[in-house]
Design a binder for this molecule. Structure first.
Ligand SMILES: Nc1nc2c(ncn2[C@@H]2O[C@H](COP(=O)(O)OP(=O)(O)OP(=O)(O)O)[C@@H](O)[C@H]2O)c(=O)[nH]1
Ligand SMILES: [Mg+2]
Length: 219
């Protein structure tokens, strides 16, 4: 958690989209930005991007105010997937409350997914977090392509982790909201268990989720 001020009733939460280079992390944020209503979100910042590659990070903020007055700001980041930007990935992961791992469904990408997942595990522990405890959702992206690994194969490889695995095409715009909703719900539950958001601060989970996940009128 980035910040929690009980007196001022303010909390800042952080979600991170992690995964190998070109798996579609930035495209997930672009799609969220396009599909969700401006009411609950801020503007998307794409930092230091050259030719589609994230060099630093992207950030999409969301805002929620509970009827009790409790304010929650949600900052959604992507990391740069390229191997050489490991220091930046570690910096972005710091104090994360939830993670989406965006894997590439293409057959050529399978071993790279596992390498990146190992890198996530290592970097989480370097910043004092644990892959076993942090809310974590796996998204297999690029399902619109033809040379992809079958869903059953993915489920049998990743099922034993016990993690939720969602199929998506960030480019076509499906599976993105579902992934976001899944990680948001799990993150809310984890933060609520630690800080009693509902009982002490009057924050209702369904209201929080539906406010942030309000679909834009023109989608
Ligand atoms: N066909 C297809 N292409 C996709 C999909 N999602 C992303 N792409 C394309 O894959 C390329 C990389 O997407 P990005 O979203 O920039 O990938 P990234 O994970 O942010 O990459 P890094 O910033 O280098 O880590 C772009 O050309 C996207 O248009 C998808 O669901 N289907
Ligand atoms: Mg990117």
């Amino acid at each position: 958690m980035i910040e929690f001020d009980e007196q001022q009733k303010r909390m800042v939460l952080k979600l991170v989209y992690y995964g190998p280079a070109m798996s579609g992390k930035t495209t997930n944020l672009l799609t969220l930005h396009d599909q969700l209503s401006l009411q609950g979100r801020g503007e998307l910042m794409l930092l230091d991007t050259t030719e589609d590659r994230t060099i630093y990070f992207d950030l999409l903020p969301f805002f929620y105010v509970a009827p009790s007055g409790m304010k929650i700001k949600l900052k959604v980041y992507t990391v740069p997937g390229q191997v050489r930007h490991d220091a930046t990935r570690k910096a972005v992961l710091q104090r994360a409350d939830g993670v989406v791992f965006v894997a590439d469904s293409q057959t050529a990408g399978m071993s790279i997914n596992f390498e990146s997942f190992d890198n996530l595990e290592k970097n989480l522990s370097m910043v004092g977090l644990s892959i076993e405890h942090i809310p974590l959702v796996i998204q297999f992206n690029k399902r619109d392509l033809t040379d992809i690994v079958a869903e059953e194969q993915i489920r049998s490889a990743w099922g034993p982790t016990g993690l939720p695995v969602l199929m998506a095409s960030a480019l076509k715009g499906w599976g993105v909201l579902e992934t976001f909703k899944e990680v948001l719900g799990r993150t809310f539950d984890a933060v609520n268990a630690r800080h009693a958001l509902t009982s002490r601060f009057g924050v209702d989970k369904e209201d929080f989720l539906t406010t942030i996940l309000t679909v834009a009128d023109d989608v």
